[in-house]
Design a protein. Structure first.
Lengths: 337, 337
DNA sequence: CTGAAAGCGCTTACAG
DNA sequence: CTGAAAGCGCTTACAG
């Protein structure tokens, strides 16, 4: 696997490496005749420039790193996909790191990405959504962002990132509860995620706030903490099913949990939406395919993915402060009809 | 964003850069006293070595590239996840490239990965599953594999890769049809993927072969070409539903298509498995969650993911030829009961 | 145990 | 339009 270098090309073409570099990059002037000769030799050997050497000089690798809990989680998946699309347009490659929300693993990835000189780090989930985080995890990110810009989404520690993209979950949640109220339902329960995780705590807050505002009923037995997976939905539903009475609508922390809930309800003979209604959150790809299709709140993945990449390009210019807000949207389907 | 280099550390510690390099890498002997001093200064500045410079010298980047059609396709997703897990153990990072099976895009990614000097390329789907491929796409990969080892999965052009991992789909398919026959069903149809794609063509071949061997019935109307997505399943089911009679069992090219088929059957009032049976292929994560859970054939993702990475490490040693076969396994669940 | 020096493969002022 | 040379930040023989 010997590789030909710019020296080999230069020697054979009887020119300097500077010349070769210029034709490769289309920078500076080169006599047509020489250009052709050089191109011919490059082709002959299938010469490919070494990006390592170039990056070492240019201090730019055209690589971005993304650390997220789990790419199989559709929320992260869809952001990833949109981000990769945008990155491709701009000539960037992406190093994907699945952290499983393991903070030590996040640290390992962060270090590795810095070493590899990525042009930016996208950091989702895990520590930046932990309401009871040890401060050193934030300090670590504060140190790193001095070297590499960090973009986060729904991060609750502003100081941990260069730019933080925030989705307007409150608006989405409010619309959802308003919709439930307008449908005429009164009794509403909620399957939350893990305690102490920001998406759980903020949604709990919104839940209580808007249940009140729209004069709906709930009670402690109907508010259950669980997790963020299908299985968490199944477990959550089990717990809720053991309460003395049942609500008319079960709101869920996200779509995947909603699917688990529906699966469990189905097993005990409760049909959705005939016998009981369920709502999700996020509007993942599967939400419209699932039987029944899910009433949910859409995160604007296209927008998020685009901003997440653009943030590295147009830093300083586009964004006056380090917070960017992205809209959400109510989506009505079968599961809450 | 000025970064401190090994020179800065060396100067402040009053030693040579060689010394600093040695303590960073734990290579060569260093007096305890100096080591401590150096470590202290490294810590003080939060110095992180530049992997670009190191890789340039070492000719090793500890980065792997993976090109696949679509990470949201669970088959690729699960291979990816297992591969990343194994890569992490060995200290590699992964650059993920979603090609959408666009051959030009595959070329762009291939070139980019070679430039970035990845230590290996994993290439799935797209061109290497195209039965009517223009030869230049294979030639391109033959050129590339002279520079960087390429590992593929179920690639039909052996010369395009350094190592090709092949899953024993024939065995799995045979077991599946045998199971159907033993259940006492006679009439079997099949929703295939896109025509001219190897997974479609080989499964069609196995279908016809084993339908014959086990004395089952089929007919042209029950064999429909479609695609590989949920929507393809929906479309495929529509087509099959328009035939004069219906089979008892509908086999599907993969699990996702099976889900689309079940969704469509459900819409016209056919319950699975009560009214009609459906089988999938691949055993994706969702297969056991879906209602009804899917009878399918499991690809051994753990094994595949491990081998896909190990192949780069133990090349030459472990594998005598460039083909590695991985077993498949029949999984019986609700959808074909 | 330690350091000077060469080299990895590029790019870009700079001088001509 | 062209080339010599320095430099990007490391690592490793090699010599001491």
């Amino acid at each position: 696997m010997t590789k030909v270098t710019i020296y080999d090309i230069a020697r054979e073409a009887n020119v300097s490496t500077a010349m070769v570099s210029r034709v490769i990059n289309g920078s500076g002037p080169v006599k047509q005749e020489k250009r052709e000769k050089i191109l011919e030799i490059i082709n002959k050997y299938g010469y490919v420039p070494n990006a390592l050497a170039r990056s070492l000089f240019k201090k730019e690798t055209k690589m971005l790193g993304i650390i997220l809990p789990d790419i199989s989680n559709s929320f992260f998946l869809q952001i990833y996909q949109e981000a990769e699309k945008r990155a491709l347009e701009l000539g960037y490659n992406i190093i994907l790191c699945n952290s499983l929300s393991d903070y030590s693993l996040e640290s390992i990835f962060l270090k590795s990405l810095v070493e590899k000189q990525v042009d930016g780090i996208i950091f989702l989930g895990g520590r930046v959504n932990d309401c009871n985080l040890k401060h050193r995890y934030i300090e670590e990110m504060e140190e790193i962002k001095k070297k590499v810009p960090i973009v986060t989404i729904n991060n609750i520690y502003d100081e941990a990132s260069t730019i933080n993209i925030v989705t307007d979950e409150e608006k989405g949640f409010k619309d959802l509860i308003k919709f439930i109220a307008e449908k005429g339902y009164k009794k509403v329960g909620m399957i939350l995620g893990k305690k102490g995780i920001s998406s759980t705590e903020t949604k709990k807050e919104y839940f209580e706030k808007y249940i009140g505002k729209f004069n709906l009923e709930t009670n402690d037995e109907w508010i259950v903490y669980s997790g963020f997976s299908i299985n968490a939905g199944i477990k959550g539903a089990e717990k809720l099913l053991s309460s003395k009475t049942l609500p008319e609508v079960i709101m869920c922390i996200n779509d995947v949990v909603a699917m688990g809930v529906i699966r469990r309800l189905h097993q005990v003979g409760l049909k959705v939406p005939d016998d009981i209604k369920v709502t999700g959150f996020d509007d993942i790809e599967l939400a419209k395919i699932f039987i029944p299709s899910l009433t949910t709140v859409s995160q604007n993945y296209k927008e998020i993915g685009k901003i997440v990449i653009n943030a590295f390009i147009n830093r300083n210019e586009l964004y006056s402060n380090n917070k960017i807000i992205v809209e959400t949207k109510l989506i009505c389907r079968e599961s809450c009809n």
